[in-house]
Design a protein around this ligand. Structure first.
Ligand code: ADP
Ligand code: MG
Length: 675
């Protein structure tokens, strides 16, 4: 028998090269492998007779012999086609496989095969298209049962994974359920061992559904335990209050080149009231891109510095850290505060500074703070729960149960009700409107033939001394995808704008190059920057007034909105053009919808309607909860998980009775091991 804790190189079917890849992905044990869940299941238990096949898009499995296998190349698209005819007692059907040249050699006559695929209408009549093939004598893997489909990982394709689990599951020792047995029964859940086995090797649909239900419950329970334990923790732990010096704050504000919006004032006031309390602040400031969240956090940090408390501002990218540093440095100097930058590629000042700005480097063990009492996390959804917790701990005195105040900033619009369910321990301030004098960005969805208009507008803006963004979906040209790439686009743009300097920015450049390019753009040494979505995160170059987004159909509406937020950051009129790779009425309609909607919350709702919950930027990303099976828009199940979490915490307030629960549900709980 194989233990769930066995290392991956101990199980059959996985070679050393693959093991290495899996390890680099963080998968070390059988347990980890079991957590790769299928993304879909097809019920292929019923064998279909050939005479009953329907061209209705559904997958069927037939058991048939194959005759006349032949292979040829199409002249036009240079594809290898393999054809054969399948026979069973009820009739015959033609089969075509694409690009599987090795197939012909292996097909035998007078052998029964399981073939799984869909019947489609081809040019020469109905045909069975690209079915999977396996000899019918063996225990079928890819047909004849409920077949799971996986996303491939570390070189393991769905077919390989099916084979591995097929061998592994029957030889696997019992998986320990982290939930107490009597609660599993009481809550009517499938036990974890059965659930995991069913997901990978389903025996019937009802059990598979119960298995999905169980794992979905675990996901929701994990969040709810986090939220509620967090709440308990907050009310029982202490913080050093930071008094509010209103006169001083007004003085700082009077030194700004603008006046605060009402939304900014309210968020600042909420925050200052929180930090003045002897319990740790935990506030989320949510505001659309460009709504000015940074200055709100900055004023709170200045107020803390005024009372000799240290603040840390953690941001997701080096570029953003540098930008915040260089923006805040002059203002800090004016008030005699010290400010420090801590990133992988650059260090300025030390970690005793009044304000320390940095990337996740701030949570490295080597970074020691002095009197950290206010922690700000910018673009919070880019960070995992554990990373945020780690920074809180950096400023804590765990013996005395004292923790720093914590505030996070996000441009991801999450409806308030949802935010409360998911992050019940957070207080929420919303900055509803951008600064008043801003002109709405003129947005336009354009077809290929209208692209000239965009270039003309870019020319005009450059002539006025402004700068331009050109966003493309890919870094390199891909043979598979037709979409534009940064590389190719930059060449084209250089030709179109020979008298202007063009820079290139994407995620695969090393971070110092990235920072350098951004710096050049910021200093207007570059007129145009051709970039991928790396600029989505908080880049602030107010002089950039025009953006052209290529391959726009590849982005969600919220994401397009985040991108668009990189322009329209000054009192000059800004423009945003979106254009698809290929024109299509549905796509153009969606882009029109984007162009005519300026409200980020509205676009997030539309995304929800059009593409489902996973489409909200942020929600599907690391820091927010990433559900594989649960659906966060299902209030009944969330409430059920809420009640279950309460019950568990009632039985064991710090979960010390259920250590596996913390481990397996990946609950970040450094907090409540405080003593
Ligand atoms: P975000 O909320 O997207 O992080 P930022 O804090 O980067 O937005 O602010 C965007 C830009 O708006 C910055 O250049 C900032 O200086 C400016 N800004 C912030 N508040 C105001 C305001 N009340 N009036 C005018 N400009 C402002
Ligand atoms: Mg920002």
């Amino acid at each position: 028998m194989i233990s769930p804790n066995a290392r991956l190189d101990k199980i059959p079917g996985i070679g050393p090269a693959t093991t290495e890849k899996l390890v680099s992905l963080g998968l070390l044990t059988v347990q980890d492998l079991l957590r790769i869940l299928p993304r879909a299941w097809d019920d292929l238990t019923q064998l279909q007779q050939i005479q009953d096949l329907q061209p209705n898009g559904q997958k069927y499995t037939i058991k048939a012999t194959l005759e006349n296998p032949k292979m040829f190349r199409t002249s036009r698209r240079r594809m290898v086609l393999t054809q054969a005819t399948a026979h069973d007692a009820t009739g015959s059907v033609d089969i075509t496989w694409f690009n599987q040249p090795y197939l012909v050699k292996n097909l035998k006559t007078e052998t029964y095969y399981y073939l799984t695929g869909a019947l489609v209408q081809g040019k020469r009549g109905l045909m069975f298209s690209n079915p999977s093939v396996e000899i019918a004598e063996k225990t079928p893997i890819h047909s004849g049962r409920i077949v799971p489909t996986y996303s491939s990982i570390g070189g393991l394709t769905t077919k390989i994974l099916r084979r591995i689990f097929m061998r592994l599951i029957p030889n696997l020792d019992t998986i320990v359920d982290p939930l107490p047995n009597q609660l599993v029964k009481k809550w009517n859940l499938l036990d974890l061992d059965t659930a995991i086995r069913q997901l990978h090797l389903p025996t019937d649909t009802a059990k598979l559904e119960a298995a999905k239900e169980r794992l979905a419950f675990d996901e929701l329970l994990g969040v709810q335990l986090q939220v509620q334990a967090g709440k308990n923790f907050l009310t029982t732990s202490k913080a050093k209050p930071i008094p509010t010096d209103l006169a001083f704050i007004k003085d700082v504000i009077s030194n700004l080149p603008f006046t605060l919006t009402n939304g900014q004032k309210r968020a600042l006031w909420d925050l200052l009231q929180d930090t003045d309390k002897p319990t740790p602040t935990n506030r989320l400031i949510e505001g659309d891109v460009g709504s000015g969240k940074t200055i709100v956090a900055t004023l709170a940090m200045f107020n803390a510095a005024r009372f000799d408390f240290q603040s840390a501002l953690m941001v997701p990218t080096e570029v953003l850290a540098h930008q915040h540093y260089y923006n805040l440095q002059p203002l800090a100097e004016q008030f005699n505060f010290t400010i420090s930058l801590q990133t992988q590629s650059k260090t300025i000042g030390d970690t005793n500074a009044d304000i320390v700005i940095g990337t996740h480097k701030l949570i490295h063990k080597t970074v020691e703070f002095n009197n950290l009492n206010l922690v700000v996390v910018d673009e919070q959804h880019r960070f995992g729960v554990k990373q945020r917790e780690a920074l809180k701990l950096a400023g804590s005195n765990q013996q005395k149960h004292i923790y720093p105040h914590f505030v996070s900033l996000t441009a991801t619009p999450i409806p308030r009700s949802l935010a409360l369910t998911l992050f019940g321990d957070l207080d929420l301030s919303i900055i509803p409107q951008p600064p008043a004098h801003r002109l709405p960005i003129i947005s336009q969805a354009i077809s290929n033939s209208q692209r000239k208009a965009a270039y003309t507008q870019i020319k005009n803006q450059l002539k006025l001394g402004h700068q331009a963004f050109i966003v493309t979906p890919l870094i390199e040209t891909s043979l598979k995808l037709n979409a534009k790439s940064v590389e190719k686009e930059a060449d084209a743009i250089r030709k179109l704008f020979p008298n202007h300097s063009v820079g290139v920015l994407h995620g695969r450049l090393d971070s110092s190059t990235k920072a350098q390019v951004m710096e050049q753009f910021k200093n207007h040494e570059l007129d145009i920057i051709v970039t991928t979505t790396v600029i989505e995160v908080g880049i602030d170059v107010p002089n950039a007034t025009v953006m052209l987004i290529e391959g726009a159909e590849r982005f969600g509406l919220s994401q397009l909105h985040q991108l668009r937020g990189r322009v329209g950051r000054s009192n000059h009129q800004s423009y945003c053009f979106v254009t698809p790779t290929e024109e299509d009425t549905d796509i153009m309609e969606r882009l029109e919808l984007f162009a005519t909607t300026t409200d980020g919350f509205k676009l997030a709702e539309l995304d929800l309607e059009l593409r489902g919950p996973g489409s909200l930027t942020g929600i599907s990303q690391a820091g927010f909860v990433k559900f594989r099976l649960a659906d966060w828009s299902d209030p009944a199940r969330i409430e059920f998980a809420q009640a279950a979490a309460k019950e568990l915490l009632h039985l064991s307030p710090t979960l010390e009775l259920y250590p596996q629960l913390m481990e397996q549900l990946e609950i970040a709980t450094p907090n409540y091991h405080a003593e």
